[in-house]
Design a protein around this ligand. Structure first.
Ligand SMILES: [Fe+2]
Ligand SMILES: [Fe+2]
Length: 164
């Protein structure tokens, strides 16, 4: 069964969105390296890699469905933030945006009765719950830490322990 054209276009576009998220988190990682928070930098670098995985999952799905993936230009990410809190707030806001995009994709898949796409997108719906929860948890803890340098350094150390 061919994927509905509108749904295909949006899925194809989502590859770009996920790669843009990857780019944004890599930019945040570079920012954290620059201000000497190697733990936050590592967390963001890993997050960046995860987003490439999200993009590739859609890439592979579309190929499996016999579609032709079309890659487009990736938007330049933001490069400056005011503080670690500001950057993680940006990450949370970005995840909320992605959740809305995933929900729109799911709405389309349901509308066109594309059960394979519904099943495929279910993974992203669940993943977004985790992504938002992770970012929210970090933002909340950074709010508690405020300008307390020892606490900030300790938290940097904690996030630097993030595994794959
Ligand atoms: Fe993602
Ligand atoms: Fe994400």
């Amino acid at each position: 069964m061919k994927t509905n054209k509108q749904l295909f276009n949006k899925l194809n576009e989502q590859i770009n969105r996920e790669l843009h998220a990857s780019y944004l988190y890599l930019a945040m990682s570079a920012y954290f390296e620059d201000i000497n928070f190697p733990g936050f930098a590592k967390w963001m670098r890993m997050q960046s890699k995860e987003e490439v995985g999200h993009a590739m999952k859609i890439y592979d799905y579309l190929i499996e469905r016999g579609e032709r993936v079309v890659l487009t230009q990736i938007k330049t990410p933001k490069t400056e933030w005011k503080s670690p809190l500001d950057a993680f707030k940006g990450a949370l806001a970005h995840e909320e945006k992605v959740t809305a995009l995933i929900n729109n994709l799911m709405d389309l898949a349901i509308k066109f009765k594309d059960h394979a796409a519904v099943s495929f997108l279910q993974w992203y719906v669940t993943e977004q719950v985790e992504e938002e929860a992770n970012a929210t948890g970090i933002v909340e803890r950074l709010k508690m830490v405020k300008e307390n340098t020892p606490a900030l350094l300790m938290f940097d150390n904690v996030l630097g322990k993030r595994g794959a």
